[in-house]
Design a protein around this ligand. Structure first.
Ligand code: HEM
Length: 352
């Protein structure tokens, strides 16, 4: 068993080394997290070290094996995902000067953008491999500002080195939704940081542009395998957070409660009056107060006759929105992830 693991480790190590060498330069998170690689390559050759690594779950993260034996077996390492959730929860409001006082929204966006590169036709992209650690994806315009989220999670990765970045980023998104008052989002481990996929860079343009129309929204989300109802449910995440001039060029929050997960986005969309913002910036909409905003893609949900019924439903029925959002967000974070056989059940809600 150990010899097989050593062989796998050596092979994955060589692949990883090629992947890193191919980069024009690692993003900040990759620099900080890069210390795992020498450790990894060293481990591949050293039997004693390998045993240590296996016992402590490092190997599982490196090889992308779910370190979650249900029995916890004698002497087996048992990863504690609830402990990771707790540390993420503690970080959410650790800096009152950040935006509206919570890192929750930007963590949700990180989980979405790391997953939203998926293409069902080629089965490429998705959260597996945490490819946003590397250029060019880390520098895509669409990912501007997500370095904050990756940097925030770096100490969590150091504290729990057995978890893969890809599991950590998605778990943090699921945790943030729930901690901000949203539904429990089913999540399971099993993403690898050394997936073969990551050595072929995802092409830019897989994430949506806010100034486009319903057709663009459908093109992007149908490519991932979502239907109209799921698209509207997922868009409800804009109840959180805000747009930043120095990131996307758009400005402002969608709701007056951007750190609480609710159906307020749909209520604002349907009940408020929206007009084009007159300014020297990209096309966006504002309400009378000039404080709240909508993107063209948000307005498109209201204008499109197939999207609109879901917008109206979610504006009236928060429970339905929570249920549908949890299912769609969970699906999003699992796109393209080769979960091992037998890993079917998402982890249950953490014990509080
Ligand atoms: C048509 C689809 C979408 C478009 C065009 C879009 C576009 C944008 C833009 C332009 C921003 C502002 C970024 C910034 O300036 O910091 C943003 C923020 C955000 N988006 Fe989306 N988005 C879409 C779908 C989604 C989905 C599916 C989710 C999650 C399920 C999501 C979650 C968020 C969150 C939480 C923020 C706030 C981030 C923060 O406050 O830092 N978005 N989105």
């Amino acid at each position: 068993m150990l010899r097989t693991l050593a062989r796998q480790a050596a092979r994955a190590g060589a692949q990883a080394a090629r992947g890193f060498a191919a980069e024009a330069g690692p993003p900040p998170a990759a620099k900080k997290g890069g210390s795992a690689l020498p450790l990894f390559i060293g481990l591949a050759g050293a039997g004693g070290g390998l045993y240590y690594a296996k016992e402590n779950g490092y190997l599982d993260s490196l090889l992308g094996m779910p370190p979650n034996p249900s029995t916890g077996g004698k002497g087996e390492f048992k990863p504690d995902y609830d402990a990771v959730r707790k540390v993420v929860e503690e970080l959410l409001e650790s800096n009152e000067d950040y935006d509206d006082g919570s890192y929750g929204p930007v963590l949700v966006r990180l989980a979405w953008h790391t997953s939203g590169t998926y293409d069902k036709n080629t089965n490429t992209g998705g959260s597996n491999g945490a490819t946003m650690r590397f250029l060019p994806e880390s520098a895509w315009g669409a990912n501007a500002g997500l370095g904050d989220a990756r940097d925030l999670l770096e100490p969590v990765k150091q504290k729990f080195p057995w978890i893969s970045y890809s599991d950590l980023w998605t778990l943090a998104g699921a945790t943030a939704v729930e901690a901000m008052g949203g539904p429990h989002v089913p999540w399971r481990p099993g993403r690898s940081d050394y997936a073969l996929d990551q050595f072929v860079a995802n092409p830019d343009g897989r994430l949506p542009d806010g100034d486009k129309d319903a057709k663009h929204v459908r093109d992007i989300f149908y490519r991932m395998g979502f239907n109209d109802q799921e698209i509207v449910a997922l868009s409800g995440a804009h109840t959180l957070g805000r747009c930043h001039a120095d990131r996307s060029g758009f400005v402002g929050p969608w709701t007056n409660a951007p750190t609480t997960f609710s159906n307020l986005y749909f209520q604002e969309l349907t009940e408020n009056k929206w007009r084009k913002k007159k300014w020297n910036g990209p096309l966006q909409y504002e309400d009378k107060s000039g404080q709240l905003m909508m993107l063209n893609t948000d307005m498109a949900l209201l204008w499109d006759k197939k999207f609109k019924p879901y917008v109206l439903q979610y504006a009236k029925d928060e429970e339905a929105f929570f249920k549908d959002f949890a299912a769609a967000f969970s699906k999003l974070m699992e796109l393209g992830v080769p979960f091992p056989e037998g890993s079917v059940a998402a982890t249950p809600a953490p014990q509080k």
